[in-house]
Design a protein around this ligand. Structure first.
Ligand SMILES: NC(=O)c1ccc[n+]([C@@H]2O[C@H](COP(=O)([O-])OP(=O)(O)OC[C@H]3O[C@@H](n4cnc5c(N)ncnc54)[C@H](OP(=O)(O)O)[C@@H]3O)[C@@H](O)[C@H]2O)c1
Length: 100
């Protein structure tokens, strides 16, 4: 795993629960290795703060997507982003599972 993370084949990852806790740690690890990020969580402000920090410190593209994964409409937005072809996502880190 560590070897894979050092030289990732991923250009862009979508990380759910990506603004805090384990998701944030994974997002930081990916950013440090040059992977562009789409960060997903419910609250916009923490997402934007982290995205701006990682963009500035690693010179990579970051996007935020405010979505509650327990909400079907929000989940459909995340799925739609995953399917977008213009800025393709080649790694899904689904840290936040749907359970509550
Ligand atoms: N972090 C640690 O060091 C650690 C250590 C040992 C064990 N654990 C355990 O590991 C598990 C994961 O912990 P964690 O620290 O990563 O915290 P977490 O509460 O599982 O995840 C927090 C992240 O998920 C987002 N989130 C929460 N509900 C969401 C929803 N419905 N839809 C979309 N995003 C949502 C939060 O942002 P929003 O609130 O803005 O949505 C935040 O970005 C927990 O059971 C914890 O007890 C954690």
């Amino acid at each position: 795993m560590e070897r894979t993370l050092r030289k990732p084949g991923w250009a862009r990852a979508l990380v759910t629960g990506g603004s805090a806790g384990i998701g944030e740690a994974l997002a930081r690890a990916l950013a440090a290795r040059g992977t562009a990020l789409v960060l997903v969580a419910r609250r916009q402000e923490p997402l934007e703060r982290l995205a701006a920090e990682l963009h500035a410190s690693h010179d990579l593209e970051t996007e935020v997507l405010s979505a509650d994964l327990t909400d079907k409409t929000d989940l459909a937005q995340v799925e739609s982003r995953l399917e977008e072809r213009q800025r393709p996502i080649d790694l899904l880190v689904n840290k936040r599972r749907q359970r509550d």
